[in-house]
Design a protein around this ligand. Structure first.
Ligand code: F6P
Length: 364
């Protein structure tokens, strides 16, 4: 049955992540080839909708981008139609421009919008849906902290990059008998540190969900020393929190509309461990390396399956939902459920148990 929808907008918002282009490609090709629906690519996330900046996308335009990192549409992790920062009388004030944004969508002939993004993006999408826009979310983030989906696309690539880094740090740690700390991203969720830490054989993994103490960390390092293991690898999520001191917050946050910027816990742990044990301890902060470059095969496949189902749902008139991975199936879940708080690691889960069973310490 031919869809009544003629034109669909697609945007990528929030921090970039490997696999965004693979989703843009899948959505665009599926809508055009399977449903004869036109596609408009909105520039720089919600900013493009606020400022009416977009381009028509053809199947040719998205050909060859499957393997490319980043996003051909650009992104913004600041733009929010409900909270626009505008200059008024020499002051920066927050203004709700959601009505004008919806008018822009209408003027551009956009009858439904595919929002490729994380929790922040999908929360904005939900608010726009409440005002009448048909939206369909696709879950993106290296952090893997979105509810209702087993995995977000981009996470596998970040884990792969972090694992390779741990492997490389391992050999130099062994040679110099050092403690090496590798700091990963992930905000308040420890998924990247946990998964890469297990894959890379980290001796100590620090995640926000399990508070650590320096004594807990040193106990493991000293037990290894007693076994003749003269080096130790610590994988620390940027959001890891110590029992006494909480999280380490980066000083340089000059935009009050942005979430608190985490970072620095790796350096702090290295210093504290060196002070406590006398063993030379160094830190490597992986930072944006984890978000760049070509997606893994898993992420390309997941992104393609997400994009194709999003297109199909839209063509069938469904909206207010997010595509999600449950087991081996791609399904649609309500947007409300997906944004009802972050998906964090359960300290009693089988993955934590498996890590503990092979001797991994969580510094607790
Ligand atoms: O949400 C993805 C993420 O990479 C987090 O892991 C990290 O804390 C944050 O974004 C960094 O954001 P920015 O690119 O704005 O520094």
């Amino acid at each position: 049955m031919a869809s009544s929808i003629k034109r669909v907008g697609v945007l990528t918002a929030g921090g970039d992540c490997p696999g965004l282009n693979a989703v843009i490609r899948a959505v665009t090709k599926s809508l055009i080839k399977m449903h004869n629906i036109e596609v408009v690519g909105i520039k720089d996330g919600f900013l493009g909708l606020i400022e009416k900046r977009a381009q028509m996308l053809s199947a040719n335009d998205v050909s060859g981008i499957l393997t490319q990192g980043g996003t051909i549409l650009g992104t913004s992790n600041k733009a929010n139609p409900f909270k626009c920062l505008v200059e008024k009388d020499g002051r920066t004030v927050v203004e709700d421009r959601s009505d004008a944004t919806l008018e822009n969508a209408e003027k551009m002939g956009i009858e439904a919008l595919v929002t490729i993004g994380g929790d922040g993006t999908q929360s904005i999408a939900l608010d726009l849906a409440k005002k009448g826009l048909r939206v369909l979310g696709v879950p993106k983030t290296i952090d893997n902290d979105l509810r209702e989906t087993d995995f977000t696309f981009g996470h596998d690539t970040a884990v792969q990059i972090a694992t390779e880094a741990i492997d490389r740090i391992h050999t130099t740690a062994m040679s110099h008998h050092r403690v090496m700390v590798i700091e990963t991203m992930g905000r308040n969720a420890g998924w990247i540190a946990l998964n890469a830490g297990i894959a890379g054989g980290g001796d100590i993994i620090l995640v926000p969900e399990i508070p650590y103490t320096i004594e807990g960390i040193c106990k493991k390092i000293e037990a290894r020393l007693a076994d003749g293991r003269l080096f130790s690898i610590i994988v620390a999520a940027e959001g890891a929190r110590s029992l006494e001191g909480g999280q380490v917050i980066k000083e340089r946050v000059n935009d009050p509309s942005m979430p608190i910027r985490l970072g620095g816990v790796g350096g702090k742990v290295a210093d504290d461990v060196e002070d406590a044990t006398g063993i030379e301890s160094r830190v490597t902060v992986l930072g944006h390396l984890q978000r760049g470059g070509t997606p893994t095969a898993f992420d390309r496949i997941l992104a393609t399956r997400f994009g194709a189902l999003a297109a199909d749902l839209i063509a069938r008139g469904e909206h207010g939902k997010m595509v999600a991975l449950k087991g081996n199936e791609i399904v649609a879940v309500p947007l409300e459920a997906a944004v009802a708080g972050p998906k964090l690691i359960d300290p009693d889960s089988s993955i934590i148990r498996a890590a503990r069973d092979v001797g991994t310490s969580f510094g607790d």
